[in-house]
Design a protein around this ligand. Structure first.
Ligand code: HE3
Ligand code: MG
Length: 552
């Protein structure tokens, strides 16, 4: 076969120039030229078991590295299977570039095999969606896709690759690597106005969002907290930004229900300063409706004006530079009332942690599991969380001091992300400890990818919380209707499932087995599934009234 550079080779060379290390996907006739060209590159091709999972892995890698993960799939259903993966990444701010095969350009309006208008299909779930309709524009379109995925608020980009374009001779230069445009701090007058507001506020609260967990932003938040000890809370996605030495200022996490200790701080605030916060993380209708207080929005993108989220000051620019400028000007002044509330929250947190460690009884209580996971988190493990009731327990009570040490979603609340994210975490940090957690419902959304993990020799432990139901929906249905509907399903033998995929499986039956079984699993080669029946009796309390969530 001729090795003359065709569109597919040009595209792959562009990926190499962007520094892409992995491409995840599933091949098919329309995209075969690209899979073929990958053989002559230094990019590792990882064949997956479902396109959605390929997108979860690529999105997870994007979150962990800051560089877009890449997924490559075939035309028609191959691309449509990506929709949820891209929507999840786009909502959560994870950079990903998705490449989809397509019928030849001249056939795209015909009713032909696997023809689909995927560019329009992907528009609502991406920042950028385009087709490469001639070899001359390959590098331009790819550059635009990488820039869209990686700059500003990161997210998803989609590029359609017609087969004839990928096979045609491809001239021209490679316009990579793409560089994100550099930004400076926000407008100086706006920063000065913000400083005046903060200095005069009696109960200001710093609300950290997902972009506060980008490395430079985290450093800047920490420098700011070192200078001015503001009360600080975070959304689930901002987990890990507050350092251990500033735990005295930390009021906890907010998200989903308005009933957390951090909500008490938020409710009392006369000023809220958000950093890298997107309303999808915590609906402003829950925490800001009808409140008379000021709002400062610090981000690289303007706020989406919402009835309940209308900032008085927007500090737009590089968030870390803006925080640096604020830190230089802010005074550290005591705020007695707030300090009291923070101390009360801290006492509650410590009391709950002490009780959690002593929880006995079977099935296992969620707080005991959280306690045991906390020990492993403190030892440096990365924890990837799926969606479900267990996620609420973990999001509220697991305390991390490294950003992106807990991978969590809350925007789309997509089932099935955890195991693919664990694969991503193993690839991003070979040799690191990785634990992923799902419910028995979400587990089977992506469990087929266990085989991929075995093939890649990924060492992670995936814990399945077993209750026989989609509990997160069940307890909310019970609260709303007094009964539940379509939430129960049958059992799956986690150990046999693991073995059938070439992995190993273990069970935990009682609380004192949690630590030894997890440690044994972490010492094993390859991925290990660990099943644990859980006692969800206290779950209705998760949506209990404000102040009432201290469940014993
Ligand atoms: C409540 C969420 O919307 C949730 N996420 C979903 N994601 C997808 C892709 N499809 C449907 C839903 C609806 N949701 C359901 C049913 C959830 C419950 C998850 O159940 P388990 O067993 O995984 O966890 P647990 O029992 O602990 O809740 S999340
Ligand atoms: Mg369940």
């Amino acid at each position: 076969m001729s090795k003359e550079r065709n569109g597919a080779r040009f595209l792959v060379q562009h990926l190499e120039a962007e520094g892409v290390e992995y491409v995840f996907g599933i091949p098919g006739a329309k995209v075969d030229p690209v899979f073929d060209a990958l053989l002559d590159s230094n990019i590792k091709t990882v064949v997956c078991r479902h396109e959605q999972n390929a997108a979860f892995i690529a999105g997870g890698l994007g979150r962990l590295t800051g560089k877009a993960g890449v997924v490559l799939v075939t035309s028609g259903p191959g691309v449509s299977n990506l929709v949820t993966g891209l929507a999840t990444a786009n909502t959560e701010g994870d950079p990903i570039v998705a490449l989809g095969g397509a019928v030849p350009v001249a056939e795209r309006l015909k009713q032909t095999h696997q023809s689909m208008d995927t560019v329009n299909l992907m528009r609502p779930v991406t920042k950028y969606s385009a087709e490469i309709d001639s070899p001359e524009v390959i590098s331009e379109v790819m550059s635009a896709a990488f820039r869209a995925a990686q700059s500003g608020r990161p997210g998803a980009a989609y590029v359609s690759l017609p087969k004839d374009v990928m096979r045609a001779p491809a001239p021209g230069a490679i316009l990579a690597p793409s560089r994100a445009p550099l930004m400076g701090p926000a407008d100086a007058a706006a920063i000065a106005a913000a400083v005046r507001l903060i200095d005069s506020a009696e109960r200001p609260v710093l609300l950290l969002g997902m972009l506060a967990s980008q490395p430079a932003a985290t450093q800047a938040v920490r420098a700011l907290l070192a200078k001015a000890r503001l009360a600080v809370i975070g959304t689930y996605q901002a987990a890990g930004v507050v350092p251990r030495e500033r735990l005295d200022c930390f009021g906890g996490r907010v998200g989903l229900f308005h009933n957390q200790p951090a909500d008490r701080l938020l409710d009392a605030a006369d000023l809220v300063i958000t950093v890298g916060f997107d309303p999808v993380e915590y609906d402003p209708a829950l925490w800001n409706r009808g409140r008379v207080r000021k709002l400062i929005h610090i981000d690289c993108v303007a706020a989406n004006i919402d009835r309940d989220y209308r900032p008085d000051i927007e500090l737009l620019g590089d968030a870390s530079a803006t925080l640096g400028a604020l830190a230089a000007l802010l005074k550290d002044r005591p705020r007695a009332g707030q300090a009291e509330l923070l101390a009360e929250i801290r006492r509650e947190r410590e009391g709950r942690a002490a009780l959690s460690a002593k929880r006995t009884g079977t099935p296992v209580h969620p707080l005991r599991l959280v306690h045991e996971l906390q020990v492993l988190l403190d030892e440096g493990a990365t924890i990837c969380s799926d969606m479900g009731s267990f996620h609420i327990w973990m999001a509220r009570h697991l305390i991390a001091h490294q950003p992106r040490q807990i991978l969590i979603s809350n925007g789309q609340q997509t089932l099935g992300v955890a195991l693919p994210w664990a694969i991503a975490a193993c690839l991003a940090n070979p040799g690191g400890k990785v634990i992923s957690v799902s419910g028995d419902g979400g587990f089977l959304f992506s469990a087929v990818e266990l085989e991929t993990a075995v093939r890649l020799k990924c060492n992670f432990v995936h814990v399945v919380w077993i209750d026989g139901a989609y509990n997160m929906v069940q307890f909310q249905q019970q609260a709303a209707y007094g009964r539940d509907s379509a939430v129960h399903f049958g059992p799956v033998d986690v150990v046999k499932f693991a073995q059938s995929m070439g992995a190993q499986g273990l069970m935990i039956e009682e609380p004192d087995q949690i630590a030894p079984v997890l440690r044994r699993a972490m010492a094993m080669d390859g991925p290990v599934l660990v099943g644990v029946p859980v006692d969800y009796r206290d779950n209705p309390g998760l949506m209990g009234a404000l102040h009432a969530d201290v469940i014993h």
